[in-house]
Structures are given as structure tokens and as C-alpha cells.
Write a protein that binds this ligand. Structure first.
Ligand SMILES: [Zn+2]
Length: 327
């Protein structure tokens, strides 16, 4: 796999996958044992996930403004760190697919994730997860691009092959490699070495799709506390704040952070999937969950208890998307 070359996948290609175990700790969705939960809380200071019960927001007019912009043809871009991160915004991406277009720009192939695939694969985990992302994107109706940044600093197999690895084994591996100690800033520096052209590639891709709505993680918490979610936000911030115009994304691009319900502020926007469905005529929550389910390497086989539990845990995030306008 050429780690320094972005790979485009047409929506028609194939499936996607779910979020890395690590990234799930903060939102509690992928924990399989109480031991894992305890480890996650201790390592990341993560909060338990509570069901969002609504909030003031700017009001219906402002919440609907994002929807109206999409109806008028503005594209939606989600910049993610790992295949399966798109679950946080896939209901809105599905709506965008019906009115304009949606694109998932994923920094890494999720090479360091755990793997619940029981069958030995000749593919690397990064290749498996890239395929899962493409399949999920196809379900949503959008396209996906995976860039050459690397996920984490350890792999379950020396050659990166997708071998079965339990959550406990993955956690032990991350700790042994010191992944839990890497800061967001250190991840940004590591990515600069692994994929020096990443930021420029992102900027060019965004500008080619403008005017558009760009959504990424917030730099403080990144939905789950994952350092690479936060690192990605720092990279995107640089693209929007660069002094020289040639290094900056176009001024007609709007930036939003996707916010975890536990971290939402009254002024954040609440995008209701019920409104999306009312206007678009499709069940965007169901579509989002079906797309999430294809990340079998992270969730277990479709229809398995683990996969079903993950869908149940993430449903409330698909039902109400919380966005923070940045610029
Ligand atoms: Zn993630």
C-alpha cells in the first residue's frame, strides 16, 4: 500500500467499516468487557455516553440553515481520522447525497485497530478497513478518500495483516507501544513525517468541492478523547487559519465541529434526523446504522451481538447531530 498517496473510492466500489476500538472508549460504544471500560476511563479520562435529551441551540431557523444550504446544493465534507468515524455524521451525509454530494476524507486506514474478523486474511488491516469504509460510503451514497497518515504506532501483526485480535489484546498492545501516551501534537508531527503532503492534499480536495460545509472533530475532545481525532482537528484548523491565501482553504468554505452530546453547549446546532427524513423522504438514521454495520473488523460480523450492540449504542448520535459553527 502506498502510504503517501490518497486513494479515491467511488461510491459504487465497496464497503466501509467502523471506528477503532480506541476511539470508541470515550463514547462507550465498543467496549466488550468491564475491564476494557475501566482501562478506557483510566487512560483517556473518558466520559460515559448519555442519551442526548435536546437543548436550546440557536433555534430552529439556525439549525435548519445547514439543511437549507445542502438543499441549495452545498456539498458536505467530513474529515475523519479512522474508517468508521463517519458514523458521527452519516445521517447528514446521507441527506447530502440526496441533494448535493458528500465526501469522507479519512486521514488513516486504521492500521492499529483491533480486529474481530475470525478468518485469516491476506490483506492488511488497513486494506480491510479501507474497503469497509468504501462500502459504508456506498451505503450512505457518498465517496471516500483514505490518505497516507498512519493510525497509531503499533500493529497486531508485523506485516500489518488483519489477524484476529481481541479488545483486551489490542489494549495491551497499545499500552506496550505507548500509544496511550502520544499527544495530539505528537500525532500531528508524526503524520507530517509519514505523509508530508497530507495537508496540501486536503486543502486542494476541499477547494475543488466548494462552496461546501466541512465537518471535523473538535480539538479539545474529538468526540472520544482520541489523540488522533484531536490531531486531525489541529491539521484542519491550520488549513483554515493559514496566513497566506495559497495555503488556506477558500473563504466560501464553512467549518463545523461535530460535538459529543456530553460536551454540547447551548449555542451549538442540533440537526434532527427526523427533520432530514421529513424533507428528504428517507430514513437517514436507519441508513447511517446500516452503513456503520459494515465495519465488521471493528464491530464483529453483521448481525452478531457485538455488531448489534454497537448499532444500538450509536443510534442516538445518528438521531441528533450536534454541530459547532467555527468559521
Ligand atoms: Zn476514530
Amino acid at each position: 500500500m502506498n502510504r503517501n498517496r490518497a486513494t479515491d473510492h467511488s461510491p459504487a466500489l465497496n464497503p466501509c467499516y467502523g471506528d477503532k476500538l480506541w476511539g470508541s472508549w470515550g463514547s462507550d460504544a465498543r467496549l466488550r468487557t468491564s475491564t476494557l471500560l475501566l482501562l478506557g476511563v483510566l487512560l483517556l479520562g473518558a466520559q460515559g455516553c448519555t442519551t442526548f435529551s435536546g437543548g436550546a441551540g440557536y433555534g430552529q431557523k439556525e439549525n435548519s440553515d445547514v439543511i437549507n444550504r445542502i438543499v441549495r446544493g452545498q456539498n458536505v465534507i467530513f474529515i475523519s481520522a479512522h474508517p468508521d468515524d463517519e458514523v458521527y455524521v452519516s445521517s447528514l451525509l446521507g441527506f447530502a447525497a440526496d441533494y448535493s454530494s458528500g465526501t469522507i476524507l479519512c486521514a488513516t486506514a486504521g492500521q492499529s485497530g483491533g480486529c474481530f474478523l475470525a478468518e485469516a486474511s491476506p490483506l492488511t488491516l488497513g486494506e480491510v478497513r479501507t474497503r469497509e469504509l468504501a462500502k459504508a460510503a456506498a451505503r450512505i451514497g457518498v465517496s471516500s478518500v483514505v490518505y497516507g497518515c498512519k493510525n497509531g504506532i503499533s500493529m497486531a501483526h508485523p506485516n500489518g495483516t488483519a489477524i484476529l485480535e481481541s479488545g483486551e489484546q489490542a489494549v495491551a498492545r497499545w499500552i506496550a507501544a505507548g500509544e496511550d501516551k502520544e499527544t495530539a501534537e505528537q500525532a500531528v508531527a508524526r503524520w507530517r513525517g509519514e505523509c508530508p503532503e497530507f495537508a496540501a492534499q486536503l486543502r486542494k480536495k476541499i477547494n475543488s468541492l466548494r462552496p461546501c460545509i466541512v465537518i471535523t472533530f473538535d480539538p479539545e475532545y474529538g468526540m472520544t478523547g482520541h489523540n488522533e481525532h484531536r490531531a486531525l482537528s489541529l491539521v484542519v484548523q491550520e488549513l483554515f487559519n493559514a496566513k497566506e491565501k495559497k495555503n488556506r482553504v477558500s473563504d466560501d468554505v464553512s467549518l463545523f465541529y461535530v460535538i459529543h452530546p456530553d460536551r454540547a453547549k447551548p449555542e451549538d446546532l442540533r440537526i434532527s434526523s427526523a427533520e432530514l427524513t421529513e424533507r428528504g423522504g428517507r430514513d437517514y438514521v436507519q441508513n447511517a446504522l446500516e452503513a456503520f454495520a459494515v465495519h465488521e473488523s471493528q464491530l464483529g460480523p453483521t448481525g452478531s451481538p457485538g455488531n448489534n450492540q454497537a448499532l444500538a449504542d450509536y443510534r442516538h448520535l445518528a438521531e441528533t447531530l450536534i454541530l459547532r459553527p467555527v468559521q
